[in-house]
Structures are given as structure tokens and as C-alpha cells.
Design a protein around this ligand. Structure first.
Ligand SMILES: *[C@@H]1O[C@H](CO)[C@@H](O)[C@H](O)[C@H]1NC(C)=O
Ligand SMILES: *[C@@H]1O[C@H](CO)[C@@H](O)[C@H](O)[C@H]1NC(C)=O
Ligand SMILES: *[C@@H]1O[C@H](CO)[C@@H](O)[C@H](O)[C@H]1NC(C)=O
Ligand SMILES: *[C@@H]1O[C@H](CO)[C@@H](O)[C@H](O)[C@H]1NC(C)=O
Ligand SMILES: *[C@@H]1O[C@H](CO)[C@@H](O)[C@H](O)[C@H]1NC(C)=O
Ligand SMILES: *[C@@H]1O[C@H](CO)[C@@H](O)[C@H](O)[C@H]1NC(C)=O
Length: 415
């Protein structure tokens, strides 16, 4: 099989990378007998490929129970066009043997097939990246982890994001619009599984990640199979996918390092925030009209776990404390200066992100705690509001009498 692919590459020079540069094709074709335009959606449009494909399929393709994409290619005169996971289907040169505009259809299908295979690669890269990153984070922030708290799909968001950043056009990371377009496409056809009642095993992350990887790769594989087997002009068929010609110019070039550098910082922020949620670490936020920053803490030697800033309206001060109920009898929660120190000095996460951010997120979501603002994915910018998200307690006047912990519990917070 491998030999076959290599031969195809050598003899026709239409392997993947050359498609990015249509001009590379010019030297191989006779421009008078087989005129072609650049591999773009405009060319697709100008040849009326959507209409051509629909009418051709209706008349010339006999619907079969499976392998309808192959039947389509065969009807064009290319019977050896086998797409699939870990397969490379090759459109060949224009007019050799498939004529224009049918050749554009095969190029688009070839590119779709490469795109799906690239997503499979991206899932593997994401899994490797997370499995390398998590153990260090766990040992820093969760040395005695509990394994039945964090829903597995929370970390599954990283895999979905990896799928969505596989470049739809151009190289990875060149345009932020890529994420949106990729995500719409991915969620439209791949649908990562829901993973209900499964939890992230913090003490053995590789097993957990393996479950996500398997589920996502199965979803991808069945999306490919469904498309290949569906009648080409049905709602799940290939005609719908290549419609419009976007896949003509598609080119996905990325390495493991590309995926890693795009996702690692956001993944780190997500993981730390999930670990804090698991330990019921929260932000105690206090507003003080008359106080000032020095007065608004009881000065227990707090350092990076504490931040006090003037209220933006200039009417007082707002202070923020990263804290945790340690069950002490005075009702005062524990100081988490050690964690705050690691966040700032080891992980480069600012006080603004981990102290102020969660409360801004709470406010922006009308007081709803721990909102998923990113629809099952994560943003690539690790400072995006709501990515670092933990419970927030707006400490009110009652705190003076009952202590912060009781006050927050009285408000219904599980701290
Ligand atoms: C069906 O295929 C033939 C060539 O085999 C072609 O001439 C004809 O135009 C096709 N029909 C449609 C509706 O595309
Ligand atoms: C894709 O990769 C090839 C080979 O590594 C490289 O020559 C080419 O410049 C890359 N294209 C883009 C758009 O990054
Ligand atoms: C092909 O599918 C489209 C969309 O499902 C539909 O509108 C069209 O009528 C179909 N064409 C033929 C020739 O069956
Ligand atoms: C990720 O973090 C590292 C170290 O803090 C930084 O150098 C790099 O620019 C960050 N990358 C992104 C995409 O934010
Ligand atoms: C600033 O303080 C006023 C009360 O005087 C309050 O209404 C407002 O929400 C505070 N602003 C912020 C950003 O906390
Ligand atoms: C979230 O994703 C679903 C598909 O899974 C989509 O239907 C929905 O519109 C998306 N919501 C937002 C706010 O993007």
C-alpha cells in the first residue's frame, strides 16, 4: 500500500503539498486541451460545480448500500479512488483521466479526506500534550487528588479545540477566524461524545485521556465512514461537504509543536482551574466603600493570594482573596499564598487572571457560577475571561459576625 502511494506521488506529483500551490500543476498539463483555473472557491463557482455535481450524481451514479463516494469517482472515470481514515485518495492530474469540472470534485474530496486525517493526527497530538502537562500541574496543586470529581468532558474540551484549530485554509494559527470556521465544521460533522458519568482520574491521567481519545477518534472515524457510504447527494453525502468549493484550496500543515504551542497555555489554565474547583478553592471578594486597601484585610501577612484595587468608579475598594475552607474554628478560610506564588512565578498566570477574572466572569454572567462560556471548547488566549473560573463569594455584611466561610455557605455556595 505504502509503495503504491509513493509511486503515485512520484509519477503524478499531485500529492498533498503541491495542491497548495496550483501553479506547480501548470508544468504537467497541456493548457490548451485541459484548461484549469486556480484551486479556489471562485473557480468552483465559475464552473458551476455544485449544479454539475447534483445533476451528474442523479443520472450517472447508481446508489449503492456503501461506498457511494467511490461510485461517484468511478462514474468520473477514476475507479481506484479509495478514501478513508489512514487512506490517501488521489485525484490525479486534470483530464488524466478525469475531465474538468469533475476533476475539481475529486480534488475537493481528496482534500476533505486529508483534512479528516489531519484531525485524527491533531487528536493524537493533543492527547500527548495533555498527558505531558498534567502530572506536573497535579503535583504542584493537587498532591492527594480525588478522582471522582472532575467530569471527564471538562478536559475533553481541549481535544475538541485541537480539532477546531486544524487549519481549514492556510497554516495553523494564521487567522483566528480559522477556529470559528473549523469549529462549526467539526461540531457539524464529528460531534465529540458526551462522556456522561465519567470522571478525570487526576492520579492516572493517561487512562482518562485514552478514553477521550478513543471516543473522539471513533466519532471522527464514523463521520468519515458515514460520508463515504451515504448516497452522494443525500444530506450526509459528500456533495454537501464539498459544496461551495471551500475544500479546493484547503491545506493543513502543522506539527506536534504547532498544536502544543497553540494549546498548552490555555490547557494549563483550564487544568489548574479544574483542580481548584475540585478542592473547592474560591475567591472571596469584598467591597468596601469607606475602607482602603490597608484596612480591608485583617493583615494576616497575605501576599500574592490577595489583591486590593480601587473600585473603578472611585467609590471605594474591591479586594480579592484566593482561599479555601480549612475547617478552622474561627470560620476564617486558609491563605493560599503558596498556590498563588506558583501561579504567578512558575506558571506566569497574573493576579488579574486568577483573582479578578473569576469575579468579572460571574458578573458578566448575571451571577451564574462556573459558566461554560466557550461551548465545549477553550479559547487559545489563556487570559480570556472565564477560562480561569472558580467559585466566587461576594462576601457581604454578615461576614463580620459569622466569618467568611459561614457567610458564603449561607449564600448557598459549596465551599
Ligand atoms: C452522464 O455521463 C455522461 C458521460 O458518461 C455525460 O455525457 C452526461 O452529461 C452525464 N449526465 C449528466 C446529467 O451529467
Ligand atoms: C507546508 O509544509 C511544507 C513542507 O514542510 C512547506 O514547504 C510549506 O511551506 C508549508 N506550507 C505552509 C502554508 O506552511
Ligand atoms: C441534491 O440534493 C439537494 C440538497 O439535498 C437537493 O436540493 C437537490 O434537489 C438534489 N438534486 C438531485 C438532482 O437529486
Ligand atoms: C505561553 O506561555 C509562555 C510562557 O509563559 C509564553 O512565553 C508564551 O508566549 C505563551 N504563549 C501564548 C500563545 O500565550
Ligand atoms: C463600585 O462601588 C459602587 C458602590 O458605591 C458599586 O455600585 C459598584 O458596583 C462598584 N463597582 C465595581 C466595579 O465593583
Ligand atoms: C454551541 O455548539 C452547538 C453545536 O454543538 C451549536 O448548535 C450552538 O449554536 C453553539 N452555541 C454557541 C453559542 O456557539
Amino acid at each position: 500500500m505504502r509503495t503504491q502511494i509513493l509511486l503515485a506521488v512520484c509519477s503524478f506529483s499531485t500529492f498533498w503539498t503541491s495542491l497548495a500551490a496550483p501553479s506547480a500543476l501548470l508544468q504537467y498539463r497541456d493548457t490548451t486541451s485541459c484548461p484549469t483555473g486556480p484551486l479556489t472557491a471562485d473557480t468552483w463557482e465559475s464552473y458551476g460545480v455544485d449544479v454539475f455535481l447534483a445533476t451528474w450524481s442523479a443520472v450517472n451514479v447508481t446508489v449503492t448500500p456503501t461506498d457511494n463516494v467511490q461510485s461517484l469517482a468511478a462514474s468520473f472515470g477514476a475507479p481506484n479512488f479509495f478514501c478513508g481514515l489512514d487512506e490517501t485518495c488521489n485525484a490525479g492530474q486534470p483530464c488524466v483521466p478525469v475531465d474538468i469540472p469533475a476533476w475539481y470534485v475529486l480534488v475537493a474530496i481528496q482534500n476533505w479526506n486529508s483534512y479528516m486525517n489531519a484531525m485524527n493526527t491533531a487528536l493524537n497530538f493533543a492527547s500527548t500534550m495533555i498527558s505531558l502537562a498534567l502530572p506536573g500541574i497535579v503535583s504542584d496543586f493537587y498532591p492527594n487528588p480525588t478522582d471522582n470529581i472532575t467530569p471527564l468532558q471538562e478536559i475533553g474540551k481541549v481535544f475538541t479545540t485541537a480539532l477546531s484549530i486544524v487549519p481549514f485554509t492556510g497554516a495553523l494559527g494564521t487567522a483566528s477566524s480559522v477556529v470559528t470556521k473549523g469549529l462549526t465544521f467539526v461540531l457539524g460533522i464529528v460531534k465529540p461524545p458526551a462522556l456522561p458519568n465519567l470522571f478525570l482520574d487526576w492520579s492516572d491521567v493517561s487512562t482518562s485521556l485514552g478514553k477521550i481519545l478513543e471516543g473522539d477518534q471513533n466519532a471522527l472515524s464514523s463521520a468519515i465512514t458515514t460520508t463515504l457510504n451515504s448516497p452522494v447527494n443525500s444530506s450526509t453525502g459528500i456533495n454537501q461537504i464539498v459544496a461551495g468549493g471551500d475544500f479546493l484550496g484547503v491545506n493543513q500543515n502543522f506539527t506536534e509543536n504547532d498544536i502544543q504551542s497553540a494549546l498548552i497555555n490555555s490547557t494549563t489554565v483550564l487544568a489548574i482551574s479544574l483542580i481548584f474547583q475540585a478542592q473547592k478553592i474560591f475567591i472571596a471578594a469584598t467591597f468596601s466603600v469607606n475602607g482602603n486597601c490597608a484596612d480591608s484585610t485583617d493583615n494576616r501577612g497575605l501576599k500574592l493570594s490577595y489583591l486590593c484595587v480601587p473600585n473603578s468608579s472611585g467609590e471605594g475598594y474591591q479586594d480579592y482573596l484566593l482561599t479555601k475552607n480549612d475547617g478552622s474554628s474561627d470560620g476564617e478560610p486558609a491563605d493560599l499564598d503558596d498556590f498563588a506564588n506558583l501561579l504567578v512565578n512558575k506558571y506566569g498566570i497574573s493576579q488579574q487572571t486568577f483573582l479578578v477574572g473569576p469575579r468579572d466572569c460571574l458578573t458578566a454572567n448575571g451571577g451564574k457560577q462556573l459558566t461554560d462560556s466557550f461551548n465545549g471548547t477553550i479559547p487559545l488566549d489563556p487570559t480570556t475571561q472565564c477560562l480561569f473560573n472558580i467559585l466566587v463569594c461576594n462576601v457581604d455584611g454578615g461576614a463580620a459576625d459569622v466569618g467568611i466561610v459561614q457567610d458564603c455557605q449561607d449564600q448557598g455556595l459549596d465551599v
